[in-house]
Design a protein around this ligand. Structure first.
Ligand code: IMP
Length: 202
């Protein structure tokens, strides 16, 4: 089965191809010669995932999907959520990704400084549009805690301060394969994979 993945991020494309396995061939936007930015202007993960998938479906009229992920912190009423990538206010073309992540983490730790409740979760939403235009949403969640000190060098984003429930290591202290056994993204893509395997006519 061929599916377009509505992302410009080639690292993400190979990670998701790995999670979905060889029965599904992902076509990248680069393969299609499409290099424009994809709009992402909504206030929810669902809204953004749908907006990206609808935009690409309207251009190519083929089965496609998009994802969006956020860190939702209970004591901050679900923030940074859909704004996770730009929580600190640094724009996506400013500095390195590592530097932007550290600025985001810094702001998060300050916001939680006097807050005993450190509960948080990562949530991934996938929006899938079939070649006949039907829309489906899939979700993956991993619950955990935000810790005060950064630990580990693996991963990206908020990984150094997120300890998933049932573990005493941060995501950044785990190998990618360990993280992929329990991560929000892996859980969402496992649901998507199962759905595609049962409905393989798209
Ligand atoms: P995206 O929708 O996958 O691009 O994720 C948006 C933002 O959420 C990223 O820029 C990161 O700040 C954060 N994020 C997403 N997934 C993860 C993860 O697995 N670990 C840590 N941070 C993440």
């Amino acid at each position: 089965m061929n599916l377009i993945f509505a992302t410009q991020n080639s690292h993400k494309l190979s990670e998701i191809q790995h999670l979905l396995g060889n029965s599904f061939q992902l076509t990248s936007l680069k393969d299609l010669g499409f290099t424009d930015d994809i709009p992402e202007n909504q206030t929810t993960l669902e809204g953004n995932a749908l907006e990206k998938a609808r935009f690409i479906f309207s251009k190519f009229n083929q089965s496609c999907f998009a994802d969006d992920t956020g860190l939702e912190v209970e004591a901050l009423n679900g923030d940074p959520g859909v704004y996770s990538a730009r929580y600190s206010g640094l724009l996506s073309d400013f500095g390195s990704e590592k530097m932007r992540s550290l600025a985001n983490i810094q702001k998060l730790l300050v916001a939680l400084e006097n807050q005993p409740n450190k509960n948080a979760r990562f949530r991934t939403v996938i929006a899938f549009i079939t070649n006949t235009g039907n829309e489906f949403l899939f979700e993956g969640i991993v619950n955990g805690q935000i810790v005060k000190e950064l630990k580990g060098d693996e991963g990206f984003g908020y990984d150094p301060v997120f300890v998933p429930d049932g573990y005493n290591q941060t995501f950044a202290e785990m190998s990618l394969s360990e993280k992929n056994k329990i991560s929000h993204r892996a859980r969402a893509f496992n649901c998507f994979h199962d759905f595609l395997s049962l409905n393989n006519t798209f």
